[in-house]
Design a protein around this ligand. Sequence first.
Ligand code: FES
Length: 276
Amino acid sequence: MWEYTNKVQQHFMQPQNVGEVENPSGTGDVGSLACGDALKLTIKVDNDIIVDAKFKTFGCASAIASSSVLTEMIKGMPVDEAAKITNEDIAEALGGLPKEKMHCSVMGREALEAAIADYRGVILPMAQGEVICECFGVTDLDVIRAIQESGLRSVEEITNFTKAGGGCGKCEDRLRATLQQTVEGLTEKSTPAKVQRMTTLQKIKKIEQVLEREIRLTLKKDGGDIELVDVDGDFVMVALRGACAGCHSSRTTLKEYVEKKLREQVVDTLIVEEAR
Ligand code: FES
């Protein structure tokens, strides 16, 4: 029998923020009813702050408690901060979870990542992985990430964190091989923060969003401004306006700042150039 902390019991008995946010800024739908666990997280974002969050889940007490505590954690949090939340943070906020139930906290983190990706208009990399556990639809990238982030060292631990291997058991050999390759650093696969496959239109739209929602707001505080001139592959041409246009000494810093923000939130290979 599993032992649940008081916090888990409290969130299970009285879950917070159940339902769906009206007109959400981002939606994260993870898991599936066929696999036994599913979570839908909706967030409302205003000025890059998560002002509301609600969830609907189909799962056990740990899944309900993880989702409930997650919504409490992220309400009022800047999106950039929320994006750093790990499954360990969710489990910790509950005072811990039984090791066999860690996959519930992973599902919470995945739903949050998916909701933020939806808000930012980026595509998550996990969709590109190869399914190695058919019972639970778990990809090799899911498994590699869990091994790397949580320091897993056995198939049993992989099952606790991802559910892979917890059904028919047919995938056990592949899980063991993936574990060995990952631990020994033999796999060339990695789990990049953001997938690079965006259409040009998606890329331009996302760049415009980041410029509008974040960069322009910052520059305008000092009487400056920025405009997107062109996007050619990874090259982003921008024009500095207002106070920024005459400020020769800070141009390099400004270019680095814009490039850093765009790399963090759009594609990590972008190069920003100033249009003359
Ligand atoms: S294929 Fe992984 S448990 Fe069945």
